[in-house]
Design a protein around this ligand. Structure first.
Ligand SMILES: Nc1ncnc2c1ncn2[C@@H]1O[C@H](COP(=O)(O)OP(=O)(O)OP(=O)(O)O)[C@@H](O)[C@H]1O
Ligand SMILES: [Mg+2]
Length: 230
């Protein structure tokens, strides 16, 4: 029996001894035993040189790729045991995703993109989309199409879409990587402020250590493992 106090303390995301090797000659061993947990409301940042496996780790945490060895849990859900179809159904309620590329749908309006997770799960709430667009400063652009938005506006829309289902965790892989310094600061601050407001946890990958001053925990991904930074 799971005691209530135990489930309340359970991390929102937990991974144990994650290994991921890409098939090549020779095989490329990218993750060599990553252990990581994220508690409610925590903001964790993963730093590290290019090519060390940060995106690989984020894809695994998002259930978009499968580890060769190890476990991934979204609270009590054993993600590493689920098939892709099951994960696709569950994902947007457990993790909001923001990538360096915004992956907006060009044929949908700003409001339709913001509410896309609701359309996909059959829980469309236009008002939720409107509230989110207000929060990211895009209310005036709700009927526009993504191609008419600036880079910073597109990323702000991607943040709104990630938050649609109020996921307990946002996984952000270089969410400001394609932006100039001013826009990067705006998008970063917006993401952190919106998540802090709702006690949403964030796991963010970035190259820009200067940007991430007010986070709870920082790690370096070096030689296949996560090393905590003080
Ligand atoms: N599908 C794949 N098949 C083979 N090799 C891959 C694959 N995806 C990534 N790699 C390799 O694995 C290593 C880690 O890639 P990954 O994208 O996780 O790095 P990263 O830390 O996110 O880098 P960056 O900071 O440049 O985004 C790289 O050497 C990359 O070339
Ligand atoms: Mg990457």
């Amino acid at each position: 029996m799971v005691l209530p106090y135990y489930s309340a303390m359970r991390p929102l995301i937990c991974c144990k001894d994650l290994h991921r090797t890409y098939e090549s000659t020779p095989p490329l061993q990218v993750l060599k035993g990553v252990d990581f947990t994220v508690g409610r409301g925590e903001i964790a940042v993963i730093l590290g040189p290019s090519g060390t496996g940060k995106s690989t780790l984020m894809h695994l945490l998002a259930g978009l790729d499968t580890p060769d060895h190890g476990e991934i849990w979204w609270e009590s859900l054993p993600v590493h045991t689920y098939r892709p179809q099951k994960l696709a159904r569950l994902r947007s309620k457990h993790v909001g995703l923001v990538f360096q590329q915004h992956y907006l749908l060009e044929d949908l309006t700003v409001l339709e993109n913001a509410t896309l997770p609701g359309r996909l799960t059959g829980e469309l709430e236009i008002q939720r989309g409107e509230v989110l667009l207000e929060a990211v400063g895009l209310s005036q652009r709700s009927s526009a199409y993504p191609k008419t938005l600036s880079g910073g506006e597109k990323q702000r829309l991607a943040v709104a879409r990630a938050l649609y289902h109020r996921p307990p965790v946002v996984l952000a892989d270089e969410p400001t990587g394609s932006l100039d310094r001013g826009n990067a600061r705006v998008v970063y601050q917006l993401l952190v402020d919106l998540c802090r407001e709702d006690d949403t946890s964030v796991v963010m990958v970035t190259h820009d250590e200067a940007l991430v001053d007010e986070v709870d925990r920082k790690f370096n991904l070096i030689d296949g493992v996560l090393v905590p930074l003080d």
